[in-house]
Design a protein around this ligand. Sequence first.
Ligand code: GDP
Ligand code: ZN
Length: 368
Amino acid sequence: MVVGTVLRSHAGGYLVHSDELGATLKCAARGRLKKERVSILTGDRVEIDEIDSAAGTAVIAARLPRENLLSRPPIANVDQVIIVQAPHQPEWNPLLCDRYLVHYQLEVPGARPLLCINKRDIASSSDLAALQNIYEPLGYTVVIVSAVTGEGMDRLVSLLSGKVSVLAGPSGVGKSSLINFLDPSLHLKLGVVDEDAGVGKHTTTYSQLYGMCIKPGQGAAGHVAERASWVADTPGFSLAELRHPEPNEVFFEFPELVALYDGCKFSNCLHLVEQGCNVLANLDKIAPTRYESYKTLVTEAQAEAKLRRETSQKVESAVKVVGGRDRGVVVPKLSGRYRAASRKTEKQQLLDRAHAEEDLEGGQADDA
Ligand code: GDP
Ligand code: ZN
């Protein structure tokens, strides 16, 4: 059986690349997979069958187990996420950058995302150095590039070498431009940055893995890529679609806060207003934008958690259990207004039934 990687999963059709065949084929999923509702996503490793090399088609017979799975965008078996941001056009937004970092750290635990700052050609070197000085000491790999001039691209290429990488970030920061730079034959359509809003238009509608022509030996010094390099562009998605973490989850995604946490008086300290908080006592050691981002994200998470609690309380108070503890059934408790309405309906139904019976009797009488 031949194994391949799904490069694109779109509208029930799949583009599958097989190293073994050295070809990319158009595939459909075998009926059994559809019946069993096996999801096949970009990045999935699959077994292919019924290969027709001349027509460039095959059938997906099975999906192999996944190493991991991103939900936004839905891509399987990701080695690394590269958060792409720009210093200008759209304007640098520290909260947005930290939001992306936190989101992808939660999505792929154990794999720190990389931070790629594009458009270095339109930023001052002191501004770029300031950003680098915030994120590098926290353990993030920061690569500063320009998809227009090509500066810094050698380093990006070496970071991509032999891996499956996902470029994530707001639209307009240059994700498609970076992929086009890496493989000019792709001609990905570029979005135009809306100068007024400073926000790019969503141009990509599904995620696809693009094979990069990164030759062995082109990677970091002494490193030879054994695997091809694959890069996925991601469709623009709304921030509202991101998973909302619990308040205490947010904190663990800020390495500089985690480092101070041991000194806090209370183990459940959220580092916002608490007395005896070691984070608050050491705020001068934290980049102000980072603490601002933390505060915003944790406050959002608290509001979300409260909403979730209230909603589940409402659901609980809206049902009652009848029929005893063991054999009880949950029935909705009706509000006064609804109960009145339902009583009326009941009465109406009785009346209707009486009329119907009268009609029936009348009919029968005629027949006789
Ligand atoms: P995406 O939405 O993240 O894929 O962004 P695009 O690749 O579509 O780029 C958005 C706009 O930014 C386009 O007009 C690009 O030409 C421009 N752009 C991309 N990279 C750079 C860069 O490094 N420098 C400058 N000055 N502009 C860039
Ligand atoms: Zn604290």
